[in-house]
Ligand binder design. Structure first.
Ligand code: SAH
Ligand code: SF4
Ligand code: F3S
Length: 441
């Protein structure tokens, strides 16, 4: 077909961007575009960007620099910037980077086809509105089969928490939940197309409150409804805020068969003084009590978290409180970051911690986390876990999947294929994964 055009999307940042990139590809399928993995053959390149830390935002500008050559070779190539950098700095990008033809914020993806039409007429297009219509309602060009046995499904977007360090409330806007019937419809559709595990996404996913059938649905209620979908084997959700960890959600972790024993629950710091300055709305003790209740409901749950070191005014004693909290909780894994100044956020105006202090604290924190991670992985050796296989491994005959606890697990098997769920006996623990053998298929 002569008029099939090719779209290359490069995705940065969080899982919600991964989800959004898929939806953008579907929106553009309606405008005659097929996706390519090769930027050199693309008619349009979209960078789906992240603004969370300075480094994330800088990547966009260096990528645009690299794309200049392609655009010189192929003047018809259209280059677009989507995502959180587009929302935060879209107009500036347009001004500073003449090669950018299109800027689209996270709430306007459904308008991409009309924007593309404007480009074909020789113009440029920018849309960083927060429209009231549901962008997902208009995105209906779904491929016949899903991309694999696992999928993300956005149920909630935006954030009203305004942590003092964070850009998300500005780039994603106010908290909005999708109606439960839409979510369930999309989940059934995914399962029909071969998906066996769904991860519900939201910047504050546990604050979900969808209006359905005249009632207010909590995330727990939504999870129980998903639990009834035949063919769906596993449910996960991310990311949660400690303040929204409701009783029914904690109970679901103990009772809902398809809800997996893994919870990502960021705390950011173990110091009450810093938590207050971060505007987190909870203390370290609140968090520890919450962890106790979650473990009472589901003793084997694997916990993960996010930590920021070197937040303005963080002293060595504050940092020590964070290490103590980590030691008390015992994480299966965790993400940690040096505080990065974000223009426009309250903490950007405060007295900053020197870079070398941040680096040194990060090293100490990461050493503690990696010991905990190693211990958690080694505790799996000899146990039987269920694994959902996703893709071939690096070695021939190997296949890789995820356990209930989200550990990567390798198995050598000539018969297993992506989408299979099997019982695996864990034989050993490596740097970032486990290996095992099939116990019973
Ligand atoms: N909505 C989620 C995730 C937000 S971004 C939540 O509330 O947990 C993911 C993580 O990035 C945050 O949990 C935080 O640890 C980190 N982060 C956010 N802003 C940051 C900043 N300015 N500097 C360093 N890390 C930051
Ligand atoms: Fe950012 Fe805080 Fe909202 Fe998470 S809860 S997205 S860290 S403002
Ligand atoms: Fe980044 Fe936006 Fe996600 S800032 S972390 S892409 S919500």
């Amino acid at each position: 077909m002569a008029d099939v055009k090719k779209l290359y999307i490069k995705t940065y940042g969080c899982q919600m961007n991964v989800y959004d990139s898929e939806r953008m590809a579907e929106a553009m399928a309606g405008a005659g575009y097929v996706e390519t993995q090769d930027p050199t053959e693309a008619d349009m390149i979209l960078l789906n960007t992240c603004h969370i830390r300075e480094k994330a935002a800088e990547k966009v500008y260096s990528e645009l620099g690299r794309l200049r050559g392609l655009k010189v070779e192929k003047p018809d190539l259209k280059i677009g910037v989507a995502g959180c950098v587009a929302q935060a700095e879209g107009e500036e990008i347009m001004r500073r980077q003449p090669l950018v033809d299109l800027v689209v914020g996270p709430q306007s993806y459904h308008r991409l086809p009309e924007m593309e039409a404007r480009l074909r007429e020789g113009g440029k297009a920018i849309d960083t509105d927060f429209p009231t219509e549901d962008k997902f309602d208009t995105l209906r060009h779904r491929p016949k089969s899903a991309r694999g046995p696992t999928a993300f499904l956005t149920v909630q977007e935006g954030c009203d928490k305004f942590c003092a360090f964070c850009v998300v409330p500005y780039t994603r806007g106010a908290e909005v939940s999708r109606p439960p019937e839409r979510v369930l419809e999309e989940a059934r559709d995914l399962v029909e197309r071969g998906v066996r595990e769904i991860t519900l996404l939201g910047q504050n996913v546990n604050a979900y409150h969808g209006a359905g059938l005249g009632e207010d649905w909590s995330l727990a209620r939504l999870i129980w409804a998903l639990n009834d979908i035949e063919g769906l084997a596993r449910i996960r959700f991310t990311t949660s805020h400690p303040k929204d960890m409701s009783d029914d959600l904690i109970a679901a972790h103990g009772e809902c068969p398809k809800l997996m024993p893994y919870l990502h629950l960021p705390v950011q710091s173990g110091s009450n003084r810093i938590l207050k300055r971060m505007n987190r709305g909870h203390t370290a003790e609140d968090y520890l009590r919450l962890i106790e209740r979650i473990r009472a409901a589901r003793p084997d749950i694997l916990l993960s978290g996010d930590f920021i070191v070197g937040f303005p005014e963080e002293t060595e004693a504050d940092f020590q409180d964070t290490l103590d909290l980590i030691a008390t909780v015992g994480y299966g894994t965790a993400y940690s970051f040096k505080y990065s100044t974000r223009p426009g956020t309250p903490a950007a105006e405060r007295i900053q911690i020197p870079e070398e202090v941040k680096s040194e604290r990060l090293l100490r924190l990461q050493a503690l986390i990696s010991n905990q991670q190693r211990a958690a992985q080694e505790a799996m050796v000899g146990r039987k876990v269920s694994v959902l296989f996703e893709k071939p491994g690096r070695l021939s005959g190997q296949i890789v999947g995820k356990s209930d606890y989200l550990h990567a697990v390798h198995v050598t098997s000539p018969t297993l294929k992506p989408g299979d769920l099997a019982q695996v006996e864990v034989l050993s623990s490596g740097a970032n994964s486990l290996s095992g053998r099939i116990f019973a298929a």
